[in-house]
Unconditional design. Structure first.
Length: 60
């Protein structure tokens, strides 16, 4: 079983099924792009939501 890193997985696919390598590369690129789109914006959204709320005032 290869490691979980992409390079090791790609090498394993190339050794086992060389004809599947282009499809593997395409699917991996699509998955990486989807993950970046979905999770890359989360911290910014979190900041925008919390920054727009008024700051609670403590006892005076």
């Amino acid at each position: 079983m290869p490691d979980r890193n992409p390079a090791a997985l790609r090498i394993a696919v190339a050794r086992l099924i060389p004809d599947a390598l282009p499809k593997f590369d395409t699917h991996r690129a699509e998955a990486v792009n989807q993950a970046r789109d979905e999770f890359g914006l989360l911290p910014g959204r979190h900041f925008a939501v919390h920054a727009s709320r008024p700051t609670p005032k403590g006892p005076s």
